[in-house]
Structure formats: C-alpha cells, structure tokens
Design a protein. Sequence first.
Length: 139
Amino acid sequence: MNWASFFKALLSIVIWREARGEGRDGMRAVAHVIRNRVDSSMLPDQWEDVIEAKWQFSSLTAPGDSQLVVWPKQPDPAFEEAMQIAGLVYGGGDFDLTNGAHFYANLAIVPPTSSFWKIIADKDAHPQTAVIGHHTFFK
C-alpha cells in the first residue's frame, strides 16, 4: 500500500459513514467537500489533515458519534461504491456537483447551538451551493 491508497481508503470510510444512505450523488458530494477543502488555500492541504480534523466529519472524529465504531462488512455494495467514488474524486476524475462547497450538514438534525451554525451565519461569506439528499452544502 502507498500513501495515495491510504488516503483513498480513509476517504472511502468517510464517504460510507457520512452518506451511505444518500445514494451515489450524496456520497460523491461528501467526497467533493473533502477534495474542495484539500484544494483550498485557506484550509489544510493534506488529505489526512482534512479528513481527521476534529469535529469536521463527525463519523470519524466526534466522540460519542455512533458511526465511530461502524465498519463495512463484506459484501457491502454501498462501500464498494464509496471506494469507486473515492478513487474518482481523489484522482480528479469526477465533476463537483456541490459547486465548490467546503461544508455540509443535515440541517434537520444539526442542533442550532452547534458550531456549524456559527460558520454559516454569514450567508454572504458562506453561500448555500447545493442540496443533495438530506444534506445542504455551503461554500
């Protein structure tokens, strides 16, 4: 295994945990948010730094998140799709359907007291870019 394979594996886990119930486009959208953060000059530029950032992808980093202990079991078609998407997005071979989003949330379940709401409070600084499945995306 090389570093690129490791980063794609991490990306696959996050895609699967965060959006496996959102269909292919929902999984693609989560992958693109991560890619957009890696490509941003204002955020960490390493895949592992973006993916492992505290509280950014709760299924991987938030203490108490039920997804922290959930792992795909073979055969899992959603995880196989997540791995395929991870390869495409990591390699730059997929269109960004989020229109450059850096953040997303399921607004029906994100508590209004969360730090996410503070981030998106300034609608001019963080415009909504897409709604895909249950997730709303912001730049």
